[in-house]
Design a protein around this ligand. Structure first.
Ligand code: MN
Length: 234
């Protein structure tokens, strides 16, 4: 793929955000540029230090600026000139999963999962509470909000190796699960992710070293966006 100047890259990112293309992650090339669509790195919904001290600015800087950005860049390189170019991120993930295009799947799913992760987190105390509808589903599945958070933390902590802990909804019911590596619930029709916790070591090692459980408990206890989960569940 042709290398882009910093200015063009910055313009594409700006265009991607301002065009309201956030949901699909697709940016449309500006007038006069070669006509192609790229998957964009979506902007962080807060400053890099907004999650500190649970997740430090240094962690966010590497996690977003190197890991997440790296998945986006690698994905664009992999899909350039293929049947995947110009398709939405969700289409790329589902098609690559079906076809067994592992490298494309991994980088596309990691792009999606990380955007969902940043948008599952909030600065301490800013997460609101489950809506009445979500609270009712939580009560039906877990018995209480605290039991739901404990269950989510538990699956995230117990994921062996790299992966993700999820709160998901399917047919109006909520449950928790974990996925390994890049795997994502959105490959399963009818499953709607509500929240996610990244338990790859790069998500916590600078701040918590080997103590994944303390990172997960701090995130689940104080940094999950229950307002967003309620909107997703509605
Ligand atoms: Mn990660």
């Amino acid at each position: 793929m042709k290398m882009l100047s910093q200015n063009k890259m910055a313009r594409r990112r700006f265009i991607g955000v301002t065009a309201g293309a956030v949901a699909s992650g697709i940016a449309i090339a500006a007038k006069g540029e070669k006509k192609m669509k790229e998957i964009t790195l979506e902007a962080l919904p807060y400053a890099e230090d907004a999650l500190a001290p649970t997740i430090s600015a240094r962690t966010v800087s590497f996690h977003y600026g190197k890991h997440h950005a790296g998945y986006v860049k690698t994905l664009n390189g992999l899909i350039a000139g293929t049947q995947y170019e110009g398709r939405t991120l969700e289409e790329i993930i589902r098609t690559a999963a079906e076809r067994g295009d592992t490298a494309i799947f991994n980088n596309a799913a990691q792009t999606w999962n990380h955007t969902f992760y940043w948008n599952s987190l909030v600065p301490a105390g800013k997460g609101g509470a489950p809506s009445a509808k979500l609270q009712a589903a939580i009560d039906a599945a877990f018995g209480s909000f605290d039991a739901c958070k404990d269950a989510l933390a538990d699956v995230a902590i117990k994921r062996f190796g790299s992966g993700w802990g999820w709160l998901v909804a399917e047919n109006g019911k909520v449950s928790v699960e974990s996925t390994p590596n890049a795997e994502t619930p959105i490959t399963r029709p009818g499953v709607k992710p509500l929240l996610v916790v990244d338990v790859w070591e790069h998500a916590y090692y600078l701040d918590w070293q080997n103590v994944r459980a303390d990172y997960v408990k701090a995130v689940v206890g104080g940094h999950l966006n229950w307002n967003a989960a309620s909107r997703r569940f509605a």
